[in-house]
Design a protein around this ligand. Sequence first.
Ligand code: GRG
Length: 289
Amino acid sequence: MDVAAYFAERGALVDRHLAALVPPRGEAAAPRTLQAAMRHLLLPGGKRLRPVLAMAASEAVGGTPEAALPVAAAVELVHTYSLIHDDLPCIDDDTERRGGPTVHVAFDEALAVLAGDALLALAFEVLSSGASGSAAPETERVLATVGELAAAAGATALVGGQVDDLALESCAGPGDELAEQVESIHRRKSAALLTAAITGGARLGGAGETELEVLRRFGGDVGVAFQIADDLLDQGNEDGCSLVRVFGPERARARAEVLLDGALGLIEAWGDRAEPLRECARSAVRRSR
Ligand code: GRG
């Protein structure tokens, strides 16, 4: 399959959806500067990897890409908030992202904090609005997806992983112990949100509990492999500790391939409809940008 065309088509679907959501329309429109700060990194946005994975996961279990749109959009909103806050002077202090100024540089620090807050809240508004007026089984699926996304964004995952990352004092030490610590940070800081995209998309696409359990493991391993790929591309510019620094590039790339192979093996028997999910996972881990 042509994975680049798949990304372009599904990415355009989520772009249109996000553009209609921010700024929220209606009487209680948000202040103009806040809306601009919210849109700054969201539109045109990045690779849209998480939303595309959410749609591919829906298709993998027999659902439509459109069924996954609420969680695809919600996860991208959480991702964007986390990037804005991560770039702040008190965290990574980055002035550039995707070739342009970060939000606190383009606007100011207070507005960057507040735009991130508003995007995080909007994610849950967008996702939960899918439940209003729906029949009971649908409402339960949406509610479970809200809970899973909240957990992925919270203290035991994204935020907790970031706290432990900031607390890592050095990237030297007994190899295996440090590698385990760093992989655990990757699982929380980056794989958890990717997993929530995949399981959320599959859940809204009609997945059963057995499929969801497989996809949780799939997402975790693909997420760590994706982070290793990101760190391989970022060599020389990295802010903190990474498996690439602990293992060296060769061993880190081998670890990413082992994780990817294991993940693909989990859904090997899922047939043709899971091919977009397999291909998106491959391209996330083997990408060159
Ligand atoms: C500050 C709340 C808070 C969280 C910080 C997400 C995060 C945690 C930090 C961002 C930096 C980082 C190393 C994140 C890990 C995930 C990652 C590789 C993000 C980049 O994701 P891409 O490649 O980005 O999908 P684009 O630009 O394509 O959207």
